[in-house]
Design a protein around this ligand. Structure first.
Ligand code: NAD
Length: 309
C-alpha cells in the first residue's frame, strides 16, 4: 500500500520511520498541507492523511477522487477543515479523525493560561519589559478556589478541564446538550446563560460545525461578568472574533487565552518575517498584554496516547 501524509511535523517523522522499518508499505511524507497546489503529489497513492489548520478546497476532493482515493484520514480531532457535502459529492466516501489525543494535554494548557491571566503574569512581564516593576492595587490577583469556572462543551477535553479546576477548589459549571452523570463529581450542569453570567473563567470545548459556528457573539460576551477570562482552545470559528476583541479592548473581558483563531491558517505553524503581514485580528491581540495567543499548540505534549483521568 502507498500512503501520502501531508502536514507532517518533525516529531511525526521518526514515528513514521519506526513504523516503516517494520512494514513494507510505502509512505511519502510532505511538510506542506493538503491544498489545491499540493494535491497533485497524491497521484498514484492509495491513501491520504493530513494534519493541518487550512480548510480543504473543493479541488482537493475532485483531484483525490480522480486519483481513485475515497478515504481521507485526518491526524487531528477537529474535522471542520472538511466540507462533508462537497467531499461526498466528489466521491470521498469516508473521513476519519483522531477520536482524542490526550485530552489532558489540552486541558492542562488551558489551565496554565487561565492561571497566568488570573495572576496577571503576562501583564506584569509586559510592564517589567518597559521598566515598570511597581505593584498597583489594580493588579491585585485572586485565588482560583474562590472562582467559578464555566465549561462549554463537556466532552473529552471539557470534562478533564472540569476535573483540573475542581481539584484546585474552583466551583465548576458545565453546559453541554449531552448530560453525563459521571462528570457530576467535578461540575454542576446548567444552561448556557447561567454559565455566561456566573463564571469568572469560561473555557469552550465544543466541535466547530454549523450548529456551533459563532455561538459566542456580542450578546454572549455582554452577558459575561466584567473581568471574565475567556479561554478558547477548540476552534476560532466558535466565536465572533470581532466581538471578542472588542470586549477585550473595552476592558469588559479580563483576559483571553487563545490557542485557535479564525485567521490561524494564515500564520499558525509558519514563520512570518514581516509582522505587518500578520492578520489584523492577531495584530490587535498582540497589543494587549492580557491576550495570550499560542499557535494551536495545546495538544503538543510528549505523552502516552489517550490518557484521561
Ligand atoms: P468531544 O466530542 O469529546 O466533546 C465535545 C463536546 O461538545 C461534546 O460533549 C458535545 O456534546 C459538546 N457540544 C456539542 N455542541 C455543543 C453546544 N452547542 N454547546 C455545548 N456543548 C456542545 O471533543 P473533544 O475531544 O473534547 O474536542 C473538542 C474540540 O477541541 C475539538 O472538536 C477540536 O476542535 C478541539 N481540539 C483542539 C486541540 C488543540 O490543540 N487546540 C486539540 C484537540 C481538539
Amino acid at each position: 500500500m502507498k500512503v501520502i501524509m501531508y502536514g507532517v511535523s518533525d516529531d511525526e517523522r521518526r514515528h513514521v520511520q519506526a513504523w516503516q522499518d517494520q512494514h513494507q508499505d510505502e509512505i511519502k511524507l510532505v511538510t506542506e498541507p493538503l491544498t489545491k497546489e499540493t494535491v497533485a503529489l497524491a497521484a498514484g497513492f492509495d491513501g491520504v492523511s493530513t494534519k493541518q489548520v487550512e480548510s480543504l478546497d473543493e479541488e482537493v476532493y475532485q483531484q483525490l477522487s480522480a486519483f481513485g482515493i475515497k478515504h481521507l484520514a485526518l491526524r487531528i480531532v477537529g474535522y471542520n477543515i472538511v466540507d462533508f457535502d462537497k467531499a461526498h459529492a466528489h466521491g470521498i466516501t469516508t473521513v476519519s479523525n483522531v477520536p482524542a489525543y490526550s485530552p489532558r494535554a489540552i486541558a492542562e494548557n488551558g489551565l496554565a493560561v487561565a492561571l497566568n491571566l488570573l495572576r496577571k503574569i503576562s501583564v506584569f512581564q509586559d510592564r517589567e519589559r518597559r521598566g515598570d516593576f511597581t505593584l498597583p492595587e489594580s493588579l491585585m490577583s485572586e485565588e482560583i478556589y474562590t472562582k467559578t469556572v464555566g465549561v462549554i462543551g463537556v466532552g473529552n477535553i471539557g470534562s478533564v478541564s472540569a476535573q483540573l479546576y475542581s481539584a484546585l477548589g474552583a466551583r465548576v459549571l458545565g453546559y453541554d446538550p449531552i448530560y453525563r452523570a459521571n462528570y457530576e463529581p467535578y461540575l454542576t450542569y446548567t444552561d448556557l446563560e447561567t454559565v455566561l453570567k456566573e463564571a469568572d473563567i469560561i473555557t469552550i470545548h465544543t466541535p466547530l460545525d454549523d450548529s456551533t459556528r459563532e455561538m459566542l457573539g456580542a450578546k454572549e460576551f455582554a452577558l459575561m461578568k466584567p473581568g471574565t477570562i475567556f479561554i478558547n482552545q477548540a476552534r476560532g470559528g466558535l466565536v465572533d472574533t470581532e466581538a471578542m476583541i472588542a470586549a477585550l479592548e473595552s476592558g469588559h473581558l479580563g483576559g483571553v487565552g487563545l490557542d485557535v483563531l479564525s485567521s490561524e491558517s494564515e500564520f499558525f505553524w509558519k514563520v512570518i518575517e514581516d509582522p505587518a503581514q500578520l492578520p489584523a485580528d492577531y495584530q490587535r491581540l498582540a497589543k494587549m498584554p492580557n491576550a495570550i495567543v499560542t499557535p494551536h499548540s495545546a495538544y503538543s505534549t510528549r505523552k502516552p496516547l489517550c490518557v484521561t483521568w
